[in-house]
Design a protein around this ligand. Structure first.
Ligand SMILES: [Zn+2]
Length: 378
């Protein structure tokens, strides 16, 4: 569907920007097609840790149900921002410690609002860890939008933040970064942009304006500087270290920095654009530091499957979403629909990983990194 016919379709359907039905339409062909490969009906090694999902306190039961329906034994809620929301979530999730872990995320707007933020922050983190945080997550606003009292952008590698990372290391938790976004979000905002559908739905995700936002490679380098500076800390970089378009460069980073781990959440669309051989080589070479993740979001207002419109998904739609992940990782299928259609109109090629690699990506890597034995995860 081109942009203008999509707009008129949404208008007629009375759906507006959050075109709920569009995701469903894109998916029709894919649900039947993927059923044909018996290798894609379930994770071949049995159980899975989803190292990158999102949930709010009111959606925990639904989150657990969808996890149960799709072989996800443990999920990591990758960052609840601000003390209030974090503590609300962590107390609601307390009875499910063997199913759900949570990362704490700083409300970076405090840098501007609270004159003592930098001196207080390490203790704020310690309290979050005492309450049960298994990591600290920095969202993409750091580097792109967060400003200090002087009005200057705060760099990801700002030394004033070092005591936070230092404390995370002392507390033995993981530091997770989502820095920058897909390449296309830094390119001109127009219908020729290859992720126009997504940018049209979320105009605020365009960082093309160089007078406001630093270039993407500068931000990635700032994040890498932090990873280099703290070799004793284990870093979890979301979305293939936010550079799934260029896995050869990510591979070089992983060679250089043994403390760098990546998840694959919401990036199958990009990963599967590489040749099957390049994709398989990447997974095989870094098999001990790649984490399965989906970016499935469970919110009281509506859910999201990695990217795209917000809605309540049916059991079949969710099954389709997870099965495309199994299909990509486990089969050698070519040119099939990826799980996040709004991220681009192209098909992907699967990587057909060996069972030993699958076992690590689905389970062992996250299990070791987050020491899940302490919560009785099994
Ligand atoms: Zn996410």
């Amino acid at each position: 569907m081109d942009t203008s016919s999509r707009r008129s379709f949404l208008k007629k359907a009375g759906l507006g920007a959050a075109g709920l039905t569009l995701g469903g339409l894109c998916r029709v062909e894919a649900i039947g097609a993927e059923e044909e490969n018996p290798l894609a009906t379930r994770p071949l090694t049995g159980k899975v840790v989803d190292a990158h999902l999102h949930a709010d306190a009111k959606s925990i039961d639904r989150c657990l149900q969808v996890m149960d329906d799709n072989y996800i034994r443990y999920g990591i809620n990758i960052g609840v921002t601000g003390d209030k929301a974090f503590h609300r979530f962590i107390s609601a999730a307390k009875p499910h410690q063997n199913r759900l872990g949570t990362m704490y995320a700083f409300d970076w707007s405090l840098i501007k609002k609270d004159p003592d933020f930098f001196s207080k922050a390490p203790d704020m983190l310690a309290r979050a860890v005492e309450a049960g945080a298994i990591g600290v997550k920095s969202f993409k606003d750091l580097g792109l939008k967060v400003r200090d009292k002087k009005g200057d952008l705060v760099r990801v590698d700002d030394p004033r933040l070092f005591p936070i990372w230092q404390r995370a290391g002392e507390l033995g938790i993981i530091v997770a970064f989502h820095t920058t976004d897909p390449k296309a979000f830094f390119e001109t905002w127009n219908p020729q942009n290859e992720r126009w559908k997504e940018l049209e739905l979320h105009p605020g995700w365009s960082f093309a304006d160089r007078s406001k936002y630093p270039p993407r490679d500068v931000l990635l380098e700032q994040r890498n500087n932090v990873i280099r500076k703290f070799p004793q800390i284990k870093f979890h970089c979301c979305h293939v270290a936010n550079n799934s378009e260029d896995i050869k460069t990510v591979s070089k980073w992983m060679d250089e920095m043994p403390n760098l781990h990546v998840d694959i959440a919401a990036r199958l669309g990009e990963l599967g654009r590489h040749s099957a051989k390049d994709g398989r080589d990447f997974f095989t070479r870094h098999q001990d530091r790649i984490l399965f993740g989906t970016d499935r979001m469970f919110y009281s207002g509506g859910d999201i499957q990695g990217a795209g419109p917000s809605k309540r998904f049916t059991k079949a739609e969710d099954q389709w979403f997870y099965r495309v992940h199994w299909r990509y990782l486990q089969t050698n299928d070519k040119q099939f629909a990826h799980p996040t259609p709004i991220q681009g109109d192209w098909k992907i090629d699967a990587v057909g990983l060996d069972k030993t690699v699958l076992e690590k990506v689905y389970w062992q890597n996250a299990y070791k990194l987050f020491r899940l034995d302490r919560f009785g995860v099994a």
